[in-house]
Design a protein around this ligand. Structure first.
Ligand SMILES: NC(=O)C1=CN([C@@H]2O[C@H](COP(=O)(O)OP(=O)(O)OC[C@H]3O[C@@H](n4cnc5c(N)ncnc54)[C@H](O)[C@@H]3O)[C@@H](O)[C@H]2O)C=CC1
Ligand SMILES: O=C(O)C(=O)Cc1ccc(O)cc1
Length: 302
């Protein structure tokens, strides 16, 4: 049996449109409704026939939904939840796909007291955004972390888990605060570092900058892909997960200072030891089948 029959997606960007496409493939009998605050995005969603219905207001989109998934930047989650509050059916499950969970859960709970809220985070994406960037296989073999609030309805948690499994994801449950610390180091800090290094390179004098572009071999190119990620989305991530990101950043700066010292004093053995350890981590990731799918996905879905 299908976990949900009438699904509403609010925010039709990379993630919202990918969910819509995947639902069409994996659960074709589901009735899909979409809403986006941007009329141009609503027009594109109509043209691409991603939904059975695209509505002009958030309230109209949720009126008969049994699952509502908020796919907007994390800083907009609370406002969107407040917008749907009056029209949300009492038995609907509300979920989201935000990259940070603790503050989003607080915002959703405040805007929707008494609603069944089961947040989720598909750990899958690319640097691209908007409805045309999405694709149906985005979640295949990727983790989806469900972060239920304390005392959450077990059946609702299982229905949301089953929904994500049907889209091809592997589901894991996690406490929201723990999720935010894990993602701070595995996703948020790497993005911050990419934004910094590309920013530093672009601040160089004119002649060096053109050489940076000309000779951007592997390392720098990989950073520019990540640093091309959506500015609104990532501004919101850093403001929402402030504590955990600042904590990881502190540790990172200490480790960076240690490396700086090792280079200054010619401690090659320290450098070698670290690089050997990090190489093993990369190999471990590949063995688990979690190596970087994004660049290929991005290219084949242009
Ligand atoms: N981009 C990625 O790789 C991943 C993103 N996420 C999370 O998914 C969420 C969506 O991200 P993307 O799809 O990448 O962003 P996106 O920029 O592609 O799409 C966001 C959409 O939300 C709409 N929107 C913004 N404010 C709104 C509002 N108040 N009401 C209705 N619509 C509104 C925008 O018009 C836009 O179409 C974010 O919370 C992000 O943290 C999660 C996993 C991966
Ligand atoms: O494009 C990449 O490399 C990503 O890291 C995609 C991504 C961005 C944000 C998330 O919360 C999860 C995945």
């Amino acid at each position: 049996m299908l976990p949900f029959a009438r699904i509403t997606i609010i925010g039709i960007g990379l993630i919202g449109s990918s969910i819509a496409r995947a639902v069409r493939v994996e659960m074709p009998t589901v009735r899909l409704t979409g809403y986006d605050a941007d009329p141009e995005v609503r027009g594109i969603a109509d043209r691409l026939q991603l939904f059975d219905d695209v509505t002009d207001t958030a309230g109209a989109a949720v009126i008969d939904a049994d699952l509502v998934i908020l796919c907007v930047p994390v800083g907009a989650m609370g406002a969107v939840a407040a917008e749907i509050a009056a029209d949300l059916p009492a038995d609907a499950v509300v979920s989201d796909v935000g990259s940070c969970k603790e503050e989003v859960l607080r915002a959703l709970t405040e805007a929707l007291p008494g609603a069944t809220i089961i947040p989720a985070h598909p750990v899958a994406g690319t640097e691209r955004s908007g409805p045309e960037a999405g694709f149906a296989t985005l979640f295949h073999k990727r983790w989806c972390i469900i972060t239920p609030p304390e005392g959450a309805d077990a059946l609702a948690v299982e229905r949301v888990s089953e929904f994500w499994r049907r889209l091809g994801a592997e589901v894991e449950l996690m406490e929201p605060g723990h999720h935010d610390r894990v993602l701070a180091i595995t996703s948020h800090l790497p993005h911050l570092i990419a934004y910094t290094i590309v920013g530093t390179a672009s601040d160089m004098e004119e002649v060096t900058r053109s050489e940076v572009i000309k000779y951007s071999a592997g390392g720098f190119r990989d950073f520019t892909r990540i640093a091309a990620s959506d500015p609104t989305m990532w501004r919101d991530v850093f403001l929402s997960n402030r504590e955990a990101v600042l904590d990881m950043l502190q540790r990172f700066s200490e480790d960076l200072s240690a490396l700086q010292r090792a280079i200054r004093w010619g401690k090659g053995d320290e450098l070698f030891e670290l690089f050997t350890k990090t190489r093993a981590i990369r190999r471990g990731i590949i063995e688990q089948g979690q190596d970087d799918p994004a660049p290929d996905f991005g290219r084949t879905h242009d």
